[in-house]
Design a protein around this ligand. Structure first.
Ligand SMILES: [Zn+2]
Length: 81
């Protein structure tokens, strides 16, 4: 199964949170091969309050990692056959 992993990514513009997908049996790297640092993980607050004050305002939508989503889509297509 898969789990979503949100991470601050300063490489994108504007800097914000990117969602990666992690396989539950291998939580050290995302499906796109990115090494995941638990200290970099972002836990979005449900009420919209930034937990650490560094979360961009709500006008910056979260982004989703394309390679991760493609991998999930392919895996689901295969398991559906
Ligand atoms: Zn990714």
């Amino acid at each position: 199964m898969y789990e979503m992993w949100a991470e601050h990514d300063p490489a994108i513009s504007p800097p914000g949170v990117v969602w990666h997908v992690v396989a539950k049996d291998n939580a050290t790297a995302s499906l796109c091969g990115r090494f995941l640092e638990p200290s970099q993980r972002v836990m979005p607050a449900l009420d919209g309050t930034p937990p650490d004050g560094t979360t961009p305002p709500a006008s910056s939508p979260d982004r989703y990692c394309d390679p991760c989503l493609v991998t999930v889509r392919e895996a689901m297509a295969e398991s559906g056959r």
